[in-house]
Design a protein around this ligand. Structure first.
Ligand code: ADP
Ligand code: MG
Length: 323
């Protein structure tokens, strides 16, 4: 890209206050950073591809939020505190009308979470965004997918299902006339990664994951890694009144809640002896958590409704699955 350096200078360099642990940010061959002693560094990379994760004509400010929020959510799910991000941008041409709102939104969210852009790469090609985020977690306290034990309770943050309804609106404009369509579309793009909750869960949660592929699918990862089963009571799933209105019924809203991906809420397990510690740890955090079920030894995930086992045909999202 001929004006690569101009573009980097113009849009990506010097937009944030320098963190004290960043010795050298974008501009040299590498960034130089310093990790605090006693902490592990949590690192995660995610890519958003135009046409797959967002439509080419999607609002660039919302795309920036989604890209960064989904990456920060991975840090939250490990109980890590965000610190640094690098950004590999591929775009077909220097589209300033797209870049300006994209960068404004990117840095607004980055500042909100105290995460500094320390470098990246800029290349020409089909629009795609790859972010690598890094954060700190005290040694031995990261929240992993393994560790859930029989008897632990299963919780989710916030409400779930709205993102899938928002995606319905994005993919089929005929849905745009339904109640709350615009609000739900924004919920799809503008999630709030649950960093404060993740940090508060250190030493309390036995396992955690963020909901990117649907609670059934993501809880499934915890069960598999922890070699346990679970029972989930669907009537306990936290759903919004907007979702119930949008899909015109509670049954359908609950089905959305089970399979909705890209929610970026946390799903985590807590041993019985840590329940008081949980409510104490969350008392000053502005985020609801709801118990949706319990870990058991069956090796399977069972759904119940008012205590009765139900069989709903449900699938989370898998990029490589052909269906
Ligand atoms: P190199 O050729 O050594 O890889 P680049 O020309 O790719 O260097 O990048 C020059 C500097 O600009 C580097 O410090 C890099 O981290 C930074 N940079 C490039 N693209 C981006 C971007 N999209 N966001 C932030 N920093 C970037
Ligand atoms: Mg490079």
């Amino acid at each position: 890209m001929s004006s690569e350096f101009n573009l980097i200078e113009r849009y990506f360099v010097g937009r944030q206050t320098q963190r004290t642990d960043v010795l050298l940010a974008a501009g040299d061959d590498c960034a130089l950073v310093e990790a605090p002693t006693g902490f592990s560094i949590a690192i995660s990379t995610d890519t958003l591809v135009s046409g797959t994760h967002f439509l080419p004509d999607a609002n660039p400010a919302w795309v920036a939020h989604k890209a960064l929020a989904s990456n920060i959510s991975d840090l939250a799910a490990m109980g890590a505190t965000p610190a640094w991000v690098s950004f590999a941008l591929t775009m077909p041409f220097v589209d300033e009308a797209w870049l300006a709102p994209f960068c404004d939104s990117f840095f607004e969210l980055a500042d909100q979470y105290g995460i500094q852009l320390i470098g990246g790469d800029t290349t020409k090609g089909p629009l795609s965004l790859t972010l690598t985020v890094q954060g700190f977690v005290p040694k031995g306290q990261a929240l992993k997918r393994e560790g859930a034990k029989v008897g632990d309770e299963i919780y989710v943050t916030g409400s779930i299902g709205d993102s899938k309804a928002g995606l319905d609106v994005i993919l089929d404009q005929a849905q745009a006339g339904r109640p709350w369509a615009q609000i739900l579309e924004q919920r799809h793009y503008l999630s709030s990664p649950r960093v404060c909750v993740g940090e508060a869960l250190r030493g309390i949660a036995s396992a955690a994951i963020d909901i990117s592929d649907g609670v059934i699918s993501d809880l499934g990862h915890i069960l598999k890694r922890s070699q346990v089963g679970a029972k989930v009571e669907v009537e306990q799933l936290p759903i919004s009144s907007q979702l119930v209105e949008f899909v015109a019924g509670r049954d359908r809203a609950l089905q959305y809640a089970l399979t909705s991906g890209e929610e970026y809420e946390l799903c985590f397990t807590v041993p019985e002896g840590k329940r008081e510690a949980l409510s104490h740890a969350l008392k000053d955090i502005d985020c609801s958590v709801t118990c949706i079920g319990q870990i058991n030894s069956t090796g399977n995930l069972t759904l119940t409704r008012n205590g009765q086992t139900i069989t709903w045909q449900l699938n989370g999202y898998d990029h490589f699955k052909s269906n």
